[in-house]
Design a binder for this molecule. Structure first.
Ligand code: HEC
Length: 149
């Protein structure tokens, strides 16, 4: 299981891989449009999650105000651990109950007033399309299992 990889090892992998080239990866879902998703990502997400989905520096360490920095959306983060529904809800509503405890403070904005549902899926599908095949398959399994519950 990929969770067994130590963060340090993941950082080294990320450095070795260098710049991600999303254009070579296949689209994972029928909804949304790849070019639109990439543009939406760059406009609305890249300022925090990184131009190359690398996240903010020291993203696992809380800021002085107790909040978490933006995690990477590439394979070194945990975005691919979560089902589609969860990623969609976070993007639309922010990190709020039931996905977070009541009163949880986060710098992740809610995009519900900014992006349509289709645009949110496009941005998420762009993110997913940058993952290596086996990460995409794992996330599809997680999504299928979450739907059954
Ligand atoms: C102002 C900075 C900022 C912007 C802009 C932003 N995010 Fe975030 N995002 C965050 C932070 C900070 C977190 C982690 C918050 C936490 O865990 O408390 C986060 C977390 C997330 C998560 C959860 C990841 C995980 O593994 O749990 C998703 C999904 C996400 N963001 C998607 C997006 C998408 C899609 C966009 C663009 C449409 C976006 N974010 C734009 C700051 C931002």
């Amino acid at each position: 299981m990929m969770e067994d990889l130590k963060p340090k090892a993941l950082v080294l992998v990320a450095a070795a891989v260098g710049v991600i080239s999303p254009t070579v990866a296949a689209q994972t879902s029928e909804s949304g449009n790849f070019a639109q998703g990439r543009a939406l990502y760059q406009t609305h997400c890249a300022s925090c999650h990184g131009k190359n989905l690398e996240g903010q520096a020291d993203w696992q360490i809380r800021l002085p105000n107790g909040r978490l920095p933006a995690p990477p959306h590439d394979r070194t983060g945990h975005t691919w651990h979560h089902p589609d529904e969860h990623l969609f809800r976070i993007t639309k509503f922010g990190i709020v109950p039931p996905l977070a405890p009541e009163g949880y403070e986060s710098d992740m904005p809610a995009f519900g007033d900014v992006l349509s549902d289709d645009e949110i899926w496009s941005a998420l599908n762009f993110i997913k399309s940058t993952w290596p095949d086996r990460f995409q398959r794992r996330q599809q399994d997680v999504t299928r299992r979450a739907k059954k519950q």
